[in-house]
Design a protein around this ligand. Structure first.
Ligand SMILES: Cc1cc2nc3c(=O)[nH]c(=O)nc-3n(C[C@H](O)[C@H](O)[C@H](O)COP(=O)(O)O)c2cc1C
Length: 420
């Protein structure tokens, strides 16, 4: 269980129960059940310093501890495989290839927090992932890794596969809880947070699929082993998705702290046609663009913050030299304007204003003073709204204007993209 590595373009073969057990699968669960020591899961994850891989990088150990401490007759665990972030497919690959790894991770989390029921919240377009998970659930139940009296103990855990809707916001944790309750995918006001009052008002741990996939190996091999990868602030590995703009697209698991350039060139083989890079969107559409001068930035949370962006969920988008950054900003502004659920006036206002301003600038209507409006609109709306979509929508637009102002000024002066 040393790595969960995925070379590009793998087949969609599911790892069998025998193969999973052959590499230490379900040994962590057996050890915790035998020792009757569910708290060890939390201690080990906290010591490992695992941070969520769903985008916000929140410490997973803290979430586990808060859910475990919450007093309630019933608690839930939700494995978030909504994965609607454009360009992301790491959770799909994990679910298709390594369903038992996910099942063991979810079950260990349930044991740790005292949950008796869990949901695999899986993007409804992921047919192969659903089939793979469903088959694995049957196999696991047959060997008492799931269901009533797990491995002969008093611990029972019922797991259900749920086909999640595909609007972007349906992956937000509280919107996912609404969906699981049979409602529309609309984020809830917070607090209370899901760890306090989640599904049906009960304490609920919602964690990303990749986050959960890290738990069995942390419990089995220990925090010190996990910390042998990555940096002090960002321990472990992370799966990064490279798209069609590179020679070898795929999902690559790398130790955190690996230089960005190594991912792009070493794993991805660089941009197709040998083009040079103009800008990097290091964590998906909801993160800030970085200029090519940042190509040696380590892929760790703090280094990315210092450079002006975040790792998000690890979807790497690369913009070649010659591409107009106003067009790039407009593409993302259009995405967020379409995907805002509309529940919060501030989000509707911000996302539609960005789109309107960018369209105006694209046609050369206005003066450079217009370029200062983006920061003002973002500042006015900062911290408002039920979820972080407001902050997500601002990141690519503000950073494109900041780092590539010349492209926007050219549009204002000529009504066209800059030459090249
Ligand atoms: C608009 C929006 C969409 C999101 N989509 C996803 C998603 O598809 N999958 C996911 O794991 N987290 C998604 N998140 C983050 C979740 O709200 C939550 O932070 C995450 O599932 C927690 O898991 P983690 O702590 O393991 O990262 C989204 C957040 C927002 C604001």
């Amino acid at each position: 269980m040393d790595t969960i590595l995925f070379p590009a373009r793998q087949s969609t073969a599911k790892e069998s129960l025998a193969a999973y057990r052959g590499r230490g699968g379900y040994e962590a669960l057996s050890a915790i059940v035998d020792a009757q020591a569910p708290a060890r899961v939390i201690e080990e994850v906290q010591a490992a310093g695992l941070r969520g891989r769903g985008g916000a990088a929140f410490p997973t150990g803290t979430k586990l501890e808060l859910t475990a401490k919450a007093q309630a007759e019933q608690k839930f665990v939700v494995a978030n495989g909504g994965e609607d972030e454009p360009g992301s497919f790491k959770d799909r690959i994990l679910m298709e290839h390594h369903p038992h790894l996910i099942l063991e991770g979810v079950t260990l989390c349930a044991l740790a927090v005292g949950a008796t029921k869990g949901y695999l919240y899986v993007n409804r377009t992921y047919a192969a992932a659903q089939a793979s998970l469903a088959a694995a659930m049957q196999e696991a139940a047959g060997k008492a890794y799931l269901g009533r009296g797990i491995l002969g103990s008093a611990f029972s855990f019922e797991l259900e596969l749920f086909r999640a809707p595909t609007p972007y916001v349906a992956g937000e944790d509280t919107a996912a809880l609404e969906v699981l309750e049979g409602k529309d995918p609309v984020p809830r006001e917070k607090p209370p947070y899901p760890v306090q009052a989640g599904l049906f008002g009960k304490p609920t741990l919602v964690s990303n699929i990749e986050t959960m996939a890290n738990i069995p190996r942390i419990v089995l091999r220990g925090a010190a082993w996990f910390r042998g990868f990555g940096t002090a602030q960002s321990p472990g590995t992370m799966i990064f998705c490279l798209g069609e703009e590179v020679r070898r697209p795929g999902a690559y698991e790398l130790p955190l702290g690996t230089p960005l350039r190594q991912l792009i060139d070493g794993c991805g083989g660089g941009l197709r046609d040998g083009k040079a890079i103009k800008a990097i969107l290091p964590g998906g559409p909801s993160t800030a663009f970085l200029p090519a001068t940042c190509l040696d930035t380590p892929l760790d949370h703090q280094a990315m913050r210092d450079a002006g962006s975040i790792l998000g969920c690890g979807v790497m988008e690369l913009i070649p030299v010659g591409r107009c950054m106003l067009e790039e900003a407009l593409k993302h502004a259009g995405f967020f304007a379409a995907e805002s659920c509309g529940a919060c006036p501030a989000c509707r206002m911000e996302t539609s204003t960005f789109q309107t301003l960018l369209r105006q600038i694209k046609e050369g209507k206005g003066t450079p003073m217009l370029l200062d409006q983006f920061d003002k609109v973002a500042a006015f709306n900062r911290g408002k709204g039920r979820c972080s979509l407001i902050a997500m929508a601002a990141a690519p637009v503000l950073s494109a204007v900041r780092h590539f102002r010349g492209d926007f000024e050219h549009h204002l002066a000529h009504g066209t993209c800059p030459p090249g």
